[in-house]
Design a protein around this ligand. Structure first.
Ligand code: AMP
Ligand code: GLY
Length: 424
């Protein structure tokens, strides 16, 4: 059978790599893919980005299933278009994807269905927003309502920072339409975790837990990024926390979406804050898998991914029991010079990492040009490895990373630090 994966990042490389190992799969088409998917066995890049042209392709090629990686095509309604043509696709509809594409939608939804999240208000008027932060005090969090590629959130530690963020979004329009409306919410202390489930509209199948590293620099310093590294499982998600998330967040979300007439299908990513007493609050929903969380999660998935997704598309997500590698997987992102502001493109990537069972270099912003591998985006590679502990997986990932270089490469040297320090 043939599978189509939509997207071009590290997440899509990891998904297509795992799908290519599914028993019945001949070819995985990745649209548009990257320099890594161009090189992998049974994976084929497809230079199509237009959603209707993708549906034409799926129809004419007899694609068994289309899996959508990023939020933009989901928010643009790719699932609605494919379904209208009776094409099998895994993802939420355009309206259901509002859980990610509008922070205000997500907050109002959580309030309506009593899903735990920080207290908030939404503003389009800067003066009212300034009054609100003065009244709530700092620290406080200012979020652009719309999609902003991980750059729409300012965690303001002081009132000055909060006022500046409000002006940046509402007065100076620095985030464009995405920032024309802002959600302002209370700051939540605790440890973050990424909790991703596969949804069929009614049921949820939880994937392995993971933790991202959002800041650019070691010790969680520097600007927010799309994610500089991740590992799975996340020890902060204890069995108790896991049960609580399913009971307080995941099932209320699925049931709420049904009540609101928007049954949720596809990957649902709950970004959680776990407080020291074990209580949980939702920081955000994403209507897709995380990047780079997908890379370690796929590294650990032993079950056939197409079979798993088929269960979900057929409305039986709760009947599949995924098998996981007992080892920890940890991925370190190598980003381009000047990431996250204006990443430089066109640097030559040298790598002589030998193929290994316990490591894989997933590509994101890379392209093959005249036989040469070049950087072509902000996050370039995610070097992912397995180990019997977080420390061992970390050691192995950095060992493999030593075999890869390009000018201006930026990476953190402490991926996994919270889990490692927790154990000490
Ligand atoms: P979001 O895109 O909403 O997940 O926000 C990006 C990052 O900002 C999160 O991963 C957190 O590190 C931080 N953040 C968001 N909301 C809050 C909050 N209410 N309290 C503390 N940190 C937050
Ligand atoms: N790594 C965070 C995200 O994918 O949104």
């Amino acid at each position: 059978m043939k599978i189509l994966v939509v997207g071009s990042g590290g997440r899509e490389h990891a998904l297509s790599w795992r799908i290519a190992q599914s028993q019945d799969v001949q070819t995985v088409f990745v649209a548009p893919g990257n320099g890594g998917t161009a090189n992998d066995t049974r994976i084929c890049n497809l230079e199509i980005t237009d959603v209707n042209a993708l549906a034409d392709f799926a129809q004419s090629e007899g694609i068994h299933l289309t899996v959508v990686g990023p939020e933009a095509p989901l928010a643009a309604g790719i699932v609605d278009i494919f379904r209208a043509r009776n094409l099998r696709i895994f993802g939420p509809t355009r309206l259901a994807a509002q859980l990610e594409s509008s922070k205000d939608f997500a907050k109002a939804f959580m309030e309506r269905h009593a899903i735990p999240t920080a207290a908030y208000q939404t503003f389009t008027d800067a003066a009212l927003a300034h009054d609100y932060v003065n009244q709530r005090g700092a620290p406080i969090v200012i979020k652009a309502d719309g999609l902003a590629a991980g750059k729409g959130v300012v965690v303001a530690m002081s009132l000055d920072e909060a006022h500046e963020a409000i002006d940046m979004m509402l007065l100076d329009n620095k985030m464009g339409a995405a920032g024309a409306r802002v959600v302002i919410e209370d700051f939540l202390p605790g440890e973050e975790a990424s909790f991703i489930v596969v949804c069929d509209g009614k049921n949820a199948l939880p994937l392995a837990s993971s933790q991202d590293h959002k800041r650019l620099l070691d010790n969680d310093q520097g600007p927010n990024t799309g994610g500089m590294g991740a590992y799975s499982p996340a020890p902060v998600v204890t069995p108790e926390v896991h049960a609580r998330v399913m009971r307080e967040v995941i099932y209320p979300t699925l049931n709420g979406m049904i009540k609101d007439g928007l049954p949720y299908t596809g990957f649902l990513y709950a970004g959680l804050m776990v407080s020291p007493d074990g209580s949980i609050k939702v920081l955000e929903f994403n209507c897709r898998m995380g990047d780079p969380e997908t890379q370690p999660i796929m590294m650990r998935l032993k079950s056939d991914l197409v079979e798993l997704l088929d269960y979900a598309v057929d409305g039986k997500a709760d009947q599949f029991e995924p098998q996981w590698d007992h080892r920890v997987a940890l991925g370190v992102v190598m980003a381009a010079a000047n990431y996250p502001d204006t990443p430089r493109k066109g640097d030559v990537i040298f790598t002589d990492a030998p193929a290994a069972e316990d490591a894989k270099v997933f590509h994101a912003g890379t392209e093959l040009k005249d036989g040469q591998l070049l950087t072509s985006g902000g996050r370039v590679l995610c070097v992912t490895a397995l180990g019997n502990s977080v420390k061992a997986a970390q050691r192995r990932a950095y060992e493999v990373l030593e075999h890869t270089r390009f000018d201006g490469a930026q990476y953190r040297t402490d991926i996994g630090h919270l889990a490692i320090n927790r154990k000490n």
